[in-house]
Design a binder for this molecule. Structure first.
Ligand code: SF4
Ligand code: SF4
Length: 470
C-alpha cells in the first residue's frame, strides 16, 4: 500500500469557501430515537420501493417495509420498532413527493389475546437482524445478496443501488475499485468523520467488495485538505495485500464527482451518458457505503441509519449525527440546540449540489449527507440578471459544456437547443452558478432541461410500447 499524489488534473472546477471548520472536529453523536420517523420508499435512485405495510401495523426494527420494485431499486427496512401512523405522500429532500411510512416509535403493541403467546417486547436492540456472514467463506453470490437485502445504495448522494453496481454486466470487468473520500462539498464533514472513526469498517468493506468484484486494484481518493483522514486510511490499510493506493487529490471542487474522481485516480475518461464507470473498468463507492457493506455482512445490520452533518451559521451547535433514516430535519436541528437565528436558507445536502427546502418536516434518507441552516449573511440576495458573456462559467465547467448557452436556451424554453449543447452530460455540480457575476441560476436551468428531456424520452418509450402491444 502506498500514498501518491494524483497525477491527473481535470479542466475547470472552482474553490468555494469550504466552511468545514464548523463541524470537522465534532465526533459522531448518536441521536436518541425520535418519537416519529418519516421513512420514504424512495431513498435511492430508480423505482421507489413497494410499500408492504398499512396503517395500524406494528413493525420491528429491520423488518422489510418496502420491497425492491425493479432492477434499479432498493428495499426499505424499518429503522426502528413502531406503529404505522400513516402511509402517504411526503415531501422528500430533493423537493419531490414520494410514498412514505410514518412511524410512531413510542407506541407499544397491544397485548396478544392468547396469554400463552405473549406479545414480544419491542426490539430496538443490537440483536442481528440478518444472520452474520463470514465474508471469507461466503460465496460472491451470498455477499451480493446480502448487500441487496440490507437495502444498501450509494450514500454519497446519487443513491445508485449498490448490489447492481457490484455486479457488472457480462463482458464488463472491474479493474479499479475507487473509494470516494473526497467530500468536496462545502460544510459537509460526515464522510471525514466516518474515515476517522470507522476506518476499520472501511477496510473490511474493501476486502468484501474486492471479493465480490474479483480482486480489482483499489484507489482511495481523499482531498489534500484532510490529512487526518489520509493518516487514518494509511493506518487501517497498512498491511493490506495487493494493489492498493491512497490518492491525494488537489483541493478543487468537484473532486467528489464520480467521473472526475476516476480521471484523477486512474486517468480514464468515462464517455458521455449512457456510458457508466464500469465501461472504463471502474466502480466508485462512497466511504460510508463501504462501511455499511461491512456492517451488513459481518454484523447482519441493514442500512437503517447514517451520519449526517448539520451545519451552517444559523444553527447553535453544528454536529455530525448518526440518525435513523426518516429522522425529521426538525429533530436534527433540535439535537444541535436549535436555530441561532431564523435561517434565510435551509439546504438539504451541500451548498453546491444540495436542494433548498422550505420545511424541517422532511425525513432523512440513506443519502442525506448534510443539512445546512444559513443566515442572511451567507445567502446571496441578488436577483438573477442577463448574461454578460464573461465566459467564467465555461472556464469553471468540469464537463467542458457551455453553461451560458444552455441557460439562455432554457430561458427561451428551447429544450432542444439545450439538448444539442449536451446538457445531459451536466453533472449538476453548481460550479457554473458559483462564479457567475450575473447571479444566473444556471444549474437549475440545467436540471430543468434534463428533467424535461427525461420526461420526453419516457413518454416516447411508453408510446412505443403501447404501439407494440396494439
Ligand atoms: S453546466 Fe453542469 S457540469 Fe457544467 S459547471 Fe454547470 S452544473 Fe457543473
Ligand atoms: S458566468 Fe454568467 S454572465 Fe458569465 S458567461 Fe456565464 S452565464 Fe454569462
Amino acid at each position: 500500500m502506498k500514498t501518491v499524489k494524483s497525477p491527473f488534473h481535470f479542466k475547470g472546477g472552482v474553490h468555494p469557501d469550504y466552511n468545514k471548520e464548523l463541524a470537522r472536529d465534532k465526533p459522531i453523536e448518536k441521536l436518541p430515537l425520535p418519537a416519529e420517523l418519516v421513512v420514504s420508499m424512495s431513498q435511492h435512485l430508480g423505482a421507489p420501493a413497494k410499500c408492504l405495510v398499512k396503517v395500524g401495523d406494528f413493525v420491528k426494527r429491520g423488518q422489510l417495509i418496502g420491497e425492491k420494485n425493479g432492477f434499479i431499486s432498493v428495499c426499505v427496512r424499518a429503522p426502528a420498532d413502531g406503529k404505522v401512523k400513516a402511509v402517504e405522500k411526503r415531501l422528500g429532500p430533493a423537493g419531490g413527493k414520494a410514498d412514505a411510512v410514518v412511524l410512531d416509535t413510542t407506541a407499544t403493541p397491544e397485548p396478544a389475546p392468547d396469554a400463552n403467546s405473549p406479545t414480544p417486547p419491542p426490539t430496538n436492540s443490537p440483536t442481528p437482524i440478518l444472520p452474520p456472514l463470514d465474508w471469507k467463506t461466503a460465496t460472491r453470490e451470498e455477499l451480493l445478496k446480502r448487500v441487496e437485502e440490507a437495502g444498501i445504495c450509494g450514500m454519497g448522494g446519487a443513491g445508485f443501488p449498490t448490489s447492481v453496481k457490484l455486479n457488472p454486466p457480462p463482458g464488463k470487468r472491474c479493474e479499479y475499485l475507487v473509494l470516494n473520500g473526497a467530500e468536496c462539498e462545502p460544510y459537509l464533514t460526515a464522510d471525514f468523520r466516518v474515515m476517522l472513526e470507522r476506518a476499520d469498517r472501511i477496510r473490511l468493506g474493501v476486502e468484501i467488495m474486492r471479493k465480490i468484484l474479483g480482486g480489482p486494484a483499489v484507489r482511495i481518493a481523499i482531498e489534500a485538505n484532510k490529512p487526518e483522514a489520509i493518516a487514518a486510511m494509511e493506518k487501517a490499510f497498512a498491511d493490506i495485500e495487493g494493489n492498493v493506493e491512497i490518492v491525494v487529490l488537489p483541493v478543487l471542487y468537484p473532486q467528489g464527482s464520480e467521473k472526475h474522481q476516476i480521471y484523477a485516480t486512474v486517468g480514464r475518461v468515462v464517455p458521455e451518458p449512457p456510458a457508466l464507470p464500469i465501461d472504463v473498468g471502474c466502480v466508485v463507492e462512497n466511504v460510508g457505503t463501504v462501511a455499511a457493506i461491512a456492517d451488513a455482512v459481518e454484523k447482519g445490520e441493514p442500512l437503517l441509519e447514517r451520519v449526517t452533518t448539520v451545519s451552517g451559521d444559523a444553527v447553535v451547535e453544528p454536529k455530525n449525527i448518526l440518525a435513523p433514516s426518516g429522522t425529521k430535519y426538525a429533530d436534527l436541528v433540535a439535537f444541535c440546540g436549535g436555530e441561532k437565528e431564523p435561517p434565510a436558507k435551509v439546504i438539504s445536502g451541500g451548498t453546491m449540489m444540495g436542494f433548498a427546502v422550505s420545511t424541517l418536516e422532511i425525513g432523512t434518507t440513506k443519502t442525506t449527507s448534510g443539512l445546512l441552516l444559513l443566515s442572511k449573511k451567507k445567502v446571496f440576495q441578488y436577483a438573477s440578471g442577463a448574461c454578460i458573456n464573461c465566459g467564467r462559467c465555461l472556464r469553471a465547467c468540469p464537463m467542458n459544456l457551455n453553461p451560458a448557452l444552455i441557460s439562455k436556451a432554457v430561458d427561451a424554453n428551447d429544450i432542444k437547443a439545450a439538448e444539442d449543447a449536451s446538457v445531459m452530460d451536466c453533472i449538476e455540480c453548481g460550479a457554473c452558478s458559483f462564479g457567475c457575476p450575473a447571479y444566473r441560476t444556471i444549474t437549475q436551468s440545467c436540471r430543468r432541461a434534463k428533467n424535461s428531456i427525461r420526461a420526453r424520452i419516457a413518454a416516447e418509450k411508453a408510446k412505443a410500447q403501447a404501439a407494440k402491444k396494439s
